[in-house]
Design a protein around this ligand. Sequence first.
Ligand code: 2AL
Length: 166
Amino acid sequence: MIALNHFNQLSAGEALAVLQPCVAIPSWSAALVAARPYASLAGLREEAYQRTLGWGAAELEAALSAHPRIGEKPAGPQTHAAFSRQEQSAVDDRDARLAQALKEGNARYEARFGRVFLIRAKGRSGEAILEALAQRLTHSDDEELRVTLEQLREITLLRLEGVIGQ
Ligand code: 2AL
């Protein structure tokens, strides 16, 4: 976590590296870096939010490369892997029944929509995630794309709070 003042003063390359764990959409990070300096965290957050509004299917596909399946907590040392583990901390991985249900739900979702099921995991139990997965399987393609982009937006803004602070 670095301070906003520090983020404002970094080289473009260093600033991009700070944002890297938030989301794997280079155009988003580049726009945020180019819009520096920020007078406040609220200003940064607003810019970050506005820059998510143009996201579509292509951006989602790029982003999913950095979001492992729910139930598959990544072991790697990368910052985005650490975020993912922490976000999924309420998913009890000692619960074999839950793990199996998530595995089956993920597979059904991937067969239906052709991509990994994405949900903002922070603050959600494994059971709540399973319920949401079942509900989202009832969506049309358009509805589901919209909901998934909203979840990606939430994850990205939460991660931003984790990399740049006061
Ligand atoms: C994730 C993840 O890595 N963090 C989160 O909130 N959700 N993954 C996922 N497939 O939804």
